[in-house]
Design a protein around this ligand. Sequence first.
Ligand code: ATP
Length: 297
Amino acid sequence: MHQILSVNNLSKQYGKIHALNNVSFNVPQGCVYGILGPNGSGKTTTLGIILDILKANTGNFLWFENNPQNYKTKIGSLLETPNFYHYLSAVNNLKITQAISGRGNENDIDEVLETVNLSQRKNSKFSTYSLGMKQRLAIAAALLGNPDVLVLDEPTNGLDPVGIAEIRELIKKLAQQGKTIIMASHLLDEVEKVCTHVAILKKGNLLVNGNVNEVLANEDIVEVSATNKKTLIQILNTMSGFTKLIEEQHTIQLFYPQGTAQLDAINKYCFNNGVTLNLLTQKKKSLETKFFELTNN
Ligand code: ATP
């Protein structure tokens, strides 16, 4: 699988502020790539540089390694909410966007409105749209000309849970159609639900990046419980193999190096030592746990 984008050692300073320090990552074709980090971590700066709106101080990037010519025509982007005319319909707004950007042709307009699920309201004035619909119209504008890649900055900002879910479904649908999506977000939950790949930024430094499952899976977590929790903990403390034991409100979590947790062995050990488990399950670490681990030390 070839890279849609390679980013190499990007650094950017605004005066004394180091917005990005030596950031490198690769975006494979067809993935949903989340750039995740708290406010001020450098997400928007990264997107600005790869879209050629900002200049990096050092480093470089390459779009479409196999075919880099005219790369800009193959990228649709949404960095800030476009200025749509409030008194015009979605269709007429997109006609104007299309005319200004020169992307695609008028026939695309119905298609992109269908993609973002606004066909039924395509002739309504923009001013009558909900925030979620306005955001979907902005994504429709980015889809004019059928780009291979979409770059979105905080696509769900300010939306209610229903609006967020609609954008999430839309992103999944676009990914299924084969588009590569690069999105910045400070919402862990959003990234975890929709992204296949993630890069985590903190104060301009890239902490970790790669396939979401790989980023998350460096430990196995086994959750156990028994009616008598105190005895269970005593027994578990005599068992070998795990690296950490955490007592939760109702359960105990055991951490193992990746691939080494054996549920049947744990079950047998506890049973042989007089404790019957009423819960025994293996969990994946959540991105949230990982994120706080990474950003707190
Ligand atoms: P947010 O989600 O708040 O937009 P972000 O992760 O997108 O955050 P950036 O906007 O890239 O972060 O900002 C990274 C750092 O660079 C911050 O410390 C920010 O204050 C600073 N910064 C960004 N743009 C400028 C600018 N034009 N002039 C000075 N400093 C800037």
